[in-house]
Design a protein around this ligand. Sequence first.
Ligand code: SF4
Length: 335
Amino acid sequence: MESGRAGKTETVIKSVSEPFYRSFRQFLTERFGERVHRIALDGGFTCPNVDGTVTTGGCVYCDNRSFSPNRRLPRRSIREQMEHGMNLLRARYGTKKFLAYFQAGTNTHGPVEKLRRLYDEALAHPDIVGLMIGTRPDCLPEPVLDLITEYAHRCWVCLEIGLQSIHDRSLRWMNRGHDAACFVDAVQRSRGRGFDLCVHVILGLPGETPADMMETAEACAAMELDAIKIHNLHVVRDTPLEEMYHRGEVPLPTLDEYIRWTCDFMERLPPAMVIHRLSGEAPRDYLVAPQWCREKGAILRGIENEFRRRGTRQGARYRAGVFPRSFRTALPVLD
Ligand code: SF4
C-alpha cells in the first residue's frame, strides 16, 4: 500500500522491560523532572464549526451547546479556574507544577490580542510551566502561529490539532468542516517553530476498515508529529451522534476490537511519538455508549496485555518516511 520515499522497518524491541509505549506522563517527568498535571481551562471560546464561520451544528460527536455563542454561561476567570484545579491536584497528588490547557472549544478562534490576554493570564501564575492549546487545522492563520511561537520561547508549548481521520469521506461524515489537506497545510506551517504538535484521531468511525485506520496511523507517522491522542468513537448525550446511535446507524467497536486496533495503530507510530491519551473520555452523566469507555484502567491494561502477547510495542512496525499511497494521491502537496 505504500509508495514514495523508501523507508525501512525499524527494530525497536530492545528489552522486555521497556514500556510498551511512550506515555505523556513519562514525557512530562523527563521534560520537567517531576510529575506535572494539566489544568483544563475554558477561555470562553466558541468554534468556527458552530458559530457559522465555517458552518453550524459542529462535529457530530461534539456536545457544543456549552460553547454555542447564545448559550454561554458566565465563566470563572482563568486565574480562578487555575486556582481551583491546582488546589484539587495539590491535595490529591502533591503536584507542584502545572500546564495551562486551553481545552474547551477552539482555542485559537479569536483576535490575536484576545488570545494573548488569555494565554498571558495563565502563564502569569508562577506554578504554570507550560501551555497546551487545542484547536482546529482551519483556525491557525500566520499571526496566530507567530503568537504561539513567541510563547514557545518562554516555556514548553503544545499545539493540539484535531484531525480524527485522514480520510475525507470520514471527515465529511463527522461534519468536521475541513479536509485532510487542510490538516497537512496546518502542520507544514506550524512545524519548526519550537512548539510541539499533537494530533487527535478517532478509531472506530463508521465505514472505516482496520486498513483505513492504519492509513491514518501511517499518515500521522509520516508527518513526524510530536504527540497523539487516540480516542475510541463514543457517544455523548445531546449530540447528532446520539440520534444516529439510537436509530441504529452507528455500530460501536467492542473493547477487544478497540484494543487490537489501538495496538496495530501504535505499532505504526514512531517510537518517540508521545501518547497523550488512549481512550475517549466523557463526564459520567453524559456518556451514552460504549459503557466500557468508563473503565480507563481496563483499557490501558488491555492494551499492555495485547502488546505483551504480541511481543511488540509502539513503533514495532514504523517505517520512517513512508506515506500511505492514498494519502499521497489525495495530497499532492507532499510530492
Ligand atoms: S471542532 Fe472541536 S469544538 Fe468545534 S464542533 Fe468539532 S469537536 Fe466541537
